[in-house]
Design a protein around this ligand. Sequence first.
Ligand SMILES: Nc1ccn([C@H]2C[C@H](O)[C@@H](COP(=O)(O)OP(=O)(O)OP(=O)(O)O)O2)c(=O)n1
Length: 126
Amino acid sequence: MENSYNECVKKSNDKDVSLQELRDRLAEFAEVRGWDQYHSPRNLLLALVGEVGELSEIFQWKGEVARGLPNWGSDDKEHLEEELSDVLLYLVRLADVCGLDLGRAALTKIVKNARKYPTGNKKSPT
Ligand SMILES: Nc1ccn([C@H]2C[C@H](O)[C@@H](COP(=O)(O)OP(=O)(O)OP(=O)(O)O)O2)c(=O)n1
């Protein structure tokens, strides 16, 4: 187990991690634990929202935070990495159990966003 974890971390240092890889690893993670039955769209959505709450708590009451987090310690940054990952992982899993290709959908959405917000307008849309 520890070996496969280390192998996974080592591999991820060598290349970009794809959404497909995350999707497949999450599917395997759920299957070998017999958790597939619990990974319904609704359950995953609730789990995702819970993790967004945990992510929000990290920023709660801190006031504005500078980009790059120059004043944060390594423990706080690691905590942030973990909560961001939980959000990403539940999102990827949710898209998968809904039968959607999240990477393709996100690229398509970027194209739609670019059409909706043409370049040359520096003002924020809101
Ligand atoms: N039924 C489950 C439970 C967990 N996970 C995975 C996805 C998340 O990445 C992580 C979430 O685990 P926890 O529920 O233990 O949440 P935290 O890691 O945030 O722990 P805590 O809430 O104690 O801070 O585990 C999963 O896929 N399916």
